[in-house]
Design a protein around this ligand. Structure first.
Ligand SMILES: Cc1cc2nc3c(=O)[nH]c(=O)nc-3n(C[C@H](O)[C@H](O)[C@H](O)COP(=O)(O)OP(=O)(O)OC[C@H]3O[C@@H](n4cnc5c(N)ncnc54)[C@H](O)[C@@H]3O)c2cc1C
Length: 533
């Protein structure tokens, strides 16, 4: 199917041309924003102070911008006001899942209570359409007589451009201060010998570990805001926590309860999960993290992606656990600790990549050549993939976990993505979007880079044999296969006599793995040969 047709049917997958992408990369929104911030005139007279929460820093503890906003308000005896811009269209635009939407709204509710105890008003500006976001927040800032606005950086293109527009419209009357709060090491600052931002993980990881070891103060956390010294009458915003947008509500009360039990909202829920992980699970992490049946990872991604807990809080707790040493390399920490911190570093590296290769946030692959692949229109395969009915047990188990828990084990994310765009040859962007629409932990940086197409075609049968050797994970999620014994569970269609297979009520494989691997290799090779993005 020609690419333009994919976009016609799926407008949410629209993207600029690769030529345009290269222009964006050459003059990044991040550098434009930094330039605009640096050229602000400082505003000396402090009036009201505002902290603007975004969907990635939803906590009052260890929140850098909020902390600095509070310091200024306290020093000048001025009130601090907190605001969140609620835009149902923004949830739609990003394809935010019901699970993540609900987690965000519940977290806002809990934060409002915490802030109320500190006499800090937390209000909501409504921006029905995305185009209303900038005028809405600017109007709010001006109407509330604010002189200083604080917020934390978001690293995706649209969000960086939004902040540039806000700055322009504040036109030097209000000082806008942005902080790097999502990460330990500022994105873009880890460079190669020639001074270019590092884009390869292994050397990035090595440098990143060294920076933290040399300066453990990077892990220091900051306290929550102080109590407001002055009350304030907040204008043009609502004190009512917004509802989850209609299109994002759970399909039933049962689903809501199940998801909320798995992902309880709020900072203290995240912190107790962190401590439980460090004190009970981290030592086995390195040896068991790839086995989905062991479920031995932290399950903290939903908390990190919404900023309900900070990475500094996680690593400072780990520093204490690691005998007060900030050496998280394999020679300074146990295999479990070193291996978990490596994943945190992946998260940081992906933020650096997003800042330096911004086109990646625009529905385009990092390697732009993949944009020239002609994908298949296999609607039957697509439906089977989504439902977990491809006839490949490891893939189906992963997709069923996703549909039930709004979460999928990392090993499965790697396998189901490869299966979709390599074996089914379906545009990887559709899978990426389905993840956004389903995951509780959706994070644009991690998701787009997790979905970055490559030539590696995972074999879901050998992957299952290696990582789920007893077939426990498959049997848990694919009940049709619970009674299948031994290695047949990994590939029942090929390993059971036909009559026995038929009795299972489990689908036949939608495609032949080997043939489709060949097709994929051929397609990638032909479609990318000689292209110049
Ligand atoms: C196709 C694909 C899509 C993905 N989409 C997302 C997404 O939308 N949101 C998301 O947070 N992660 C995503 N990941 C990364 C990873 O699968 C999840 O972060 C992890 O499974 C979450 O489980 P955990 O919290 O128990 O992780 P742990 O293993 O306990 O790791 C700790 C933290 O490190 C970070 N992390 C772990 N693995 C990775 C990784 N491979 N890349 C970047 N950061 C990582 C996460 O913040 C995670 O919470 C994706 C991976 C792939 C292959």
């Amino acid at each position: 199917m020609p690419k333009h047709a994919v976009e016609e049917e799926h407008p949410e997958l629209k993207h600029p041309s690769t030529k345009r992408a290269k222009k964006v990369d050459a003059d990044t929104p991040m550098s434009n924003l930094i330039e605009a911030l640096d050229s602000q005139e400082s505003v000396d007279e402090v009036k009201n102070v505002i902290h603007w929460f975004r969907s990635k820093d939803l906590r009052i503890q260890d929140n850098k911008a909020l902390h600095n906003a509070s310091l200024l308000a306290k020093e000048k005896s001025k009130p601090l006001i907190c605001v969140y811009v609620y835009s149902p269209a923004e949830f739609e635009w990003h394809g935010t899942s019901p699970a993540r939407s609900d987690l965000i709204v519940e977290t806002l509710r809990l934060m409002q209570k915490e802030l109320k105890d500190l006499d800090i008003p937390f209000v909501f500006v409504n921006a029905e359409a995305r185009k209303d976001i900038v005028p809405g927040i600017v109007d709010f800032i001006k109407s509330n007589n604010a002189s200083h606005v604080f917020a934390n950086f978001e690293y995706e293109v649209d969000e960086l451009r939004r902040d540039i527009k806000v700055l322009e419209q504040l036109s030097n009357e209000v000082q806008f201060n942005l902080y790097h709060d999502q990460i330990i090491v500022e994105p873009g600052t880890i460079t190669t010998g020639s001074g270019k931002p590092m884009k390869v993980f292994t050397p990035y990881h090595k440098t990143w570990l060294g920076i933290i070891k040399d300066d453990p103060s990077l892990l220091d956390t900051v306290p929550p805001p102080s109590k407001n010294v002055k009350s304030v009458d907040v204008k043009i915003a609502s004190p009512d926590v917004p509802p989850v947008p209609k299109s994002k509500r759970f399909d039933s009360q049962d689903t809501r309860e199940r998801i909320r039990a798995l992902w309880p909202a709020g900072h203290s829920a995240g912190i107790s999960r962190l401590h439980h992980f460090i004190h009970n699970k981290i030592e086995d992490y390195a040896s068991t993290r790839s086995n989905p049946a062991k479920d031995s990872s932290s399950r903290l991604s939903a908390y990190f992606s919404s900023g309900t807990i900070s990475v500094r809080e996680a690593l400072s707790a780990l520093l204490t656990y690691n005998s007060n040493s900030a050496d998280f390399s394999s020679s300074g920490a146990s295999p479990g600790v070193a291996s978990w911190v490596r994943e945190i570093c992946f998260r940081e590296c992906y933020r650096q990549m997003m800042v330096v290769i911004p086109h990646n946030a625009m529905n385009l692959p990092q390697n732009l050549k993949f944009n020239f692949v002609q994908w298949e229109k296999d609607e039957e395969g697509w439906e089977k993939w989504k439902k977990g009915e491809t006839g490949v047990p490891f893939i189906d188990a992963g997709m069923r976990q996703l549909n039930t828990e709004a979460y999928m084990h990392n090993r499965l994310r790697m396998n189901v993505s490869s299966y979709l765009y390599c074996n089914l040859l379906i545009d990887y962007r559709r899978g990426e979007r389905y993840f956004a629409e389903t995951l509780v932990d959706w994070d644009l940086c991690n998701n787009t880079q997790g979905w970055e197409p490559s030539y590696t075609v995972f074999n879901p049968v050998s992957q299952a044999e290696k990582n789920d050797p007893e077939g426990e994970y498959i049997r848990k999620w694919v009940p049709e296969l619970r009674g299948v014994e031994g290695k047949a569970v990994f590939s029942p269609h090929d390993r059971l006599p036909e009559a026995e297979f038929e009795k299972l009520g489990y689908p036949r494989p939608h495609v032949d793995w080997r043939e489709t691997k060949e097709r994929c290799m051929q397609r990638f090779k032909t479609d990318m040969a000689g292209v110049e993005p």
